[in-house]
Ligand binder design. Structure first.
Ligand SMILES: [Zn+2]
Length: 400
């Protein structure tokens, strides 16, 4: 019945049928094509009108509450714009606008200084909107399921109380370094985006306890990951990670690590000491490299390597002359800053080493969802001399 009425070309008739319309609703209806409208089209129009009218009624009810209104839910109301009248709800704490068609955040939102939860999930936003930076009380910001490919400039300057940020299912290719200004963040989730890296600055979010970066294109994890000393859950499912940094093993509070579906062949030294409750690493090419037992070989080091090792040994023995002289050689300091210790003798090397693998059983406290019998751990050895002193569960790795 209603569908037939809509097929009329008379504007007046439609106005008569909707005496309770608002101007915006009337304009929306007039913009829709009259001709060749399928029954589905009418159906859409009908529900569109109903949603919009319901939204406006809900909003009117909220506005009548004035400052005492704490929660407004306009979920799935096909809104194209945020209602600017929201600014009158100064006491608003929760605003749920998910599942709409919102393209932009209205500037009036900045007056909602008591807002703690803002849900703009499943809309049409293209950036993390600048307007939210004025929401000084905001604790939870949901922006999942939009078309976000960038952060508006300055957005991280506000949001000093933000503890949760959900950006799942968007189109981000990078995270801006300014993310480190979100000092209170404890939960960050950017699953199903296009990220290829994690900025070092993200590791300055020292309150972070859960980080989810599943289904991206991340190649490596920054060494500074150990700054995240409160991190308890790290999810990196289905990325392109080949190497885990040794610094990951410093995360004393890490309890869940999920790195399933990456390209990891070997774990860094010290990995077995992590106090995990869950480790998920299925779908990685765990140890496809060829282990070998050594044949006796001479150690041939470059002159730079020999000199570096000598200097580092002298410094370890606190040679007073060298300790004074090194202050004037920043380049040397830079070279030896990359030194790593030999797993057998403990002496340092810089550019030449032998990569070995030690197979150890996983900790009995780790819950894994497949039969992980042995964990391949990387061991770096300074020389063939040390290699020939290795334990029987350690093997050399043939270089490709
Ligand atoms: Zn050694």
């Amino acid at each position: 019945m209603l569908f037939d009425v809509f097929s009329s070309n008379s504007v007046d008739l439609r106005m008569f049928l909707f005496p309770w319309h608002t101007n915006s609703l009337l304009l929306d209806i007039l913009c829709m094509p009259n001709k060749e409208f399928s029954p589905y089209g009418y159906c859409f129009l009908f529900f569109y009108c109903c949603s919009k009218l319901m939204a406006e009624r809900l909003l009117l009810r909220a506005l009548s509450g004035g400052k005492s209104t704490k929660i407004v839910t306009l979920n799935g109301k096909k809104l194209k714009k945020m209602p600017s009248t929201l600014e009158r709800l100064q006491g608003l704490q929760t605003l749920d606008l998910q599942n709409n068609l919102i393209l932009n955040v209205c500037p009036e939102i900045s007056s909602l200084v008591q807002l703690t939860v803002l849900n703009l999930g499943n809309n049409l936003l293209q950036e993390v909107p600048e307007e939210v930076k004025y929401l000084s009380s905001l604790k939870k910001l949901h922006l999942f399921g939009n078309r976000i490919s960038r952060f508006a400039s300055g957005v991280c300057d506000g949001l000093q109380n933000l503890v949760l940020l959900n950006l799942n299912n968007n189109q981000l290719t990078s995270i801006p370094p300014e993310v480190n200004r979100l000092k209170s963040l404890t939960f960050l989730s950017i699953n199903y985006n296009q990220l290829s890296s994690i900025p070092r600055e993200l590791c300055l979010l020292i309150n972070l306890s859960e980080l989810q970066l599943n289904y991206n294109k991340i190649i490596c994890i920054p060494e500074e990951i150990n700054f995240l000393r409160n991190l308890q859950k790290l999810f990196l499912i289905r990325n392109k990670i080949e190497v885990l940094p040794q610094e990951l093993c410093d995360l004393a509070n890490l309890r869940i690590l999920d790195i399933a579906g990456n390209k990891i062949q070997i774990f860094p030294p010290g990995f077995q000491k992590l106090k995990l409750k869950e480790l998920h690493c299925e779908g990685n090419p765990l140890f496809l490299k060829k282990p070998f037992k050594a044949v006796l070989q001479d150690d041939l080091c470059s002159l730079q390597e020999i000199t570096s090792r000598f200097i580092m040994n002298q410094l370890n023995e606190k040679d007073p002359y060298l300790m004074k002289a090194i202050e004037y050689y920043p380049q040397v300091r830079k070279i030896i800053s990359h030194a790593r210790p030999c797993a057998i003798c403990g002496k340092h090397f810089v550019t030449m080493w032998l990569e070995c693998v030690e197979f150890v059983p996983p900790s009995k406290k780790w819950k894994t969802n497949y039969n992980l019998r042995l964990v391949p751990l990387q061991k770096l050895v300074c020389s063939y001399k040390c290699f020939n002193r290795r334990a029987p569960n350690t093997f050399g790795i043939a270089q490709a």
